[in-house]
Design a protein around this ligand. Sequence first.
Ligand code: ADP
Length: 182
Amino acid sequence: MDAPTPPIRLRVVQGDITKLATTAIVNAANSSLLGGGGVDGAIHRAAGPQLLEECRKIRARQGGCATGEAVITIGGKLPAAYVIHTVGPVWNGGHKGEPELLANCYRHSLQLALDNKLASVAFPGINTGIYGYPKPAAAALAVREVRQWLATHEWPQEVVLVAFDAETKRLYEQELANQGPA
Ligand code: ADP
């Protein structure tokens, strides 16, 4: 008899991350933690003022969030219970440590999911908007980091990579086909 197929733990969806009911969604924040444009603005708008209030408290305590690090708050009015805020590097040609710093965003966000035993976490394309990381390289890095994490950790049980546009969805799917499912 064949061994049972393990459940797929990494999925790709296209859409608005603020609508997802995963246990946590990840925010591509900036180091001030006080909100901004892009996905950050959309998450703060959908979550309501409680989110900013929590971010302000963290800022008062530890002075914001450094590049590559992550912090966790409640989700306010979002369907997700928690928001993990991580700060990616501004793209500066690729030789200023950007790949390692972006990898740290995934690892530290996943570490918070493990520490808090969060069942499911959804990531936007961190860094691929205003911060300018090339989308194909960011997709390859995201799939690699999440696959490596899931291969060695029980939590989170499921990760969703959220593509805002069809091009990003195609890039994620291509990487999953190349690197293999997780
Ligand atoms: P960064 O500063 O990290 O580049 P952005 O917010 O500019 O952050 O963009 C990050 C990614 O999030 C981009 O690929 C953008 O298309 C995507 N994005 C923007 N709004 C949403 C949303 N509501 N849901 C999911 N993804 C989004």
